[in-house]
Write a protein that binds this ligand. Structure first.
Ligand code: HAM
Length: 414
């Protein structure tokens, strides 16, 4: 038997209702804030991610699904299944001159991403992200709006017990000074760092702080190294930006903690970075990750444009919300008269109600059983109901049954 690939998952049955509910909430939250949906291709030129996500990252070094297409004689090209969507949205923003619209330009997306990681709970090779990207605003109001929308989306899903972690990486100028001090203090320990960190030391020393290797973690605890890591190195302008953002969040009553070790796993970030975590998720605790990437549009060939965004892992959201998502149909029509049942189902659906009926002419008891598993209400259409023009309505949660005289009354029910 051919089975699904490791790290991928079929989504069907009850799970679909929860997925759709998550999608609808994302759509509503983001559209209410004037973000429009953007759908970019699932594969892009490999170079986009090498440059955009960065060649010191695990994503680019170990996790990309990359393959050659075209064959040598037909301009062979290297393409990659998108491991994330920021680079693709930026590519599209530049290609279609979307910066011509007056800022802010706001986009949201929902779709599959691919990373060749070791599968474990909360980590898949094909997973989905719901995210937003906001272009054109350098002021911290944009940072506040983006973090607020992440929190409001999670709240809309009934998720309130989450921790927002916040940090600032500074601008290129202050970041470079910090990088140099980290390099200097780590130099005597270079041989003891893991192979990944040796590479990061050369390409992007900040990312060393993201290392989960036990030995590296021990080195970070050495007093003089810890002092440099925790040093407040950001310039006055970056500090002001970060302080102003915090005042907006305080004003919105959004709780956060500052985590100086939060550097994120992608190279494009500057200034604000954040993650939202849930202890209930175990070791893969981040449900959302995001931050500012003011240099990326220019780096990929566009005019300099500040930007900020985030992405949420939908599978991780799913494990957290599974129990609160509504799953049931509004109505199941129980009847031996297929002609009347099919007509009523159609009438309800045309009024935007979810309704099903029995396709197999089964006995009443069997139909009721099906109704109680799948719907909120059973509408019983027996001979009496049809002859005397009323509906018997059974509330399947309480068992209560009553006669309903008009179709309009049915519509007002759920
Ligand atoms: P990221 O932190 O790599 O950021 O991913 C965002 C979220 O996607 C994670 O917090 C996690 O919930 C989910 N995720 C990542 N990898 C996996 C996986 N293998 N299996 C399941 N879920 C996963 C980004 O992708 C950035 N593009 C976010 C961003 C947007 N920054 C600015 N704009």
């Amino acid at each position: 038997m051919i089975k699904a690939q490791r790290g991928t998952k079929d989504i069907f049955g009850d799970e679909v209702a929860t997925w759709q509910w998550i999608f609808e909430n994302a759509k509503k939250t983001f559209q209410n804030a004037d973000f429009t949906e953007i759908k970019t291709p699932i594969f892009e030129a490999t170079e986009l991610f090498n440059r955009g996500v960065g060649d010191s990252t695990d994503i680019v070094n170990k996790e990309m699904y990359t393959f050659k297409v075209g064959g040598a004689e037909k301009n062979e090209t290297s393409i990659t299944l998108r491991p994330e969507n920021t680079a693709g949205v930026v590519r599209s923003f530049i290609e279609h001159n979307l910066n011509r619209q007056s800022p802010p330009q706001k986009f949201w997306y929902f779709g599959p991403m691919f990373r060749y990681e070791r599968p474990q709970a909360g980590r898949q090779r094909q997973f989905h992200q719901a995210g937003i990207e906001l272009f054109g605003i350098k002021e911290p109001t944009a940072d506040a709006e983006v973090i607020m929308l992440a929190v409001d989306f999670l709240n809309a899903l009934g998720l309130n017990n989450l921790t927002v972690e916040l940090n600032t990486l500074g601008c290129n100028k202050c970041k470079n000074e910090y990088k140099e001090s980290i390099k200097k203090v780590l130099l005597p320990y270079l041989e003891e760092l893991c192979d990944d960190c040796k590479m990061r030391y050369k390409k992007n020393p900040l990312r060393i702080l993201d290392c989960k290797n036990e030995n590296c973690q021990k080195i970070f605890e050495i007093k003089e190294i810890k002092e440099i890591i925790l040093k407040d190195y950001v310039c006055d302008e970056c500090r002001e930006h970060f302080t102003e953002l915090q005042s907006y969040l305080d004003n919105l009553n959004i709780k956060y903690t500052i985590n100086k070790m939060l550097v994120r796993g992608l190279d494009y970030y500057n200034r604000t970075v954040f993650e939202i975590k849930s202890e209930a998720l175990g070791s893969q605790s981040a449900v959302c990750g995001g931050g500012r990437y003011d240099g990326l549009v220019e780096m990929l060939g566009g005019t300099p444009t500040p930007a900020i965004g985030f992405a949420m892992g939908v599978e991780r959201l799913y494990t957290l919300v599974d129990k609160v998502a509504p799953k049931k149909n509004d109505f199941f029509i129980v009847s031996n008269n297929s002609n009347e049942a099919i007509k009523l189902a159609r009438k309800l659906r045309l009024k935007n109600k979810r309704a099903s009926f029995d396709l197999q002419k089964r006995k009443f008891a069997k139909q009721l059983e099906k109704a109680s598993k799948t719907a909120k209400y059973a509408i019983i259409l027996g001979e009496d109901e049809i002859n005397e023009n009323y509906y018997s309505l059974k509330n399947l949660a309480t068992g209560e049954q009553k006669a309903i005289k008009t179709f309009e009354e049915l519509l007002n029910l759920s």
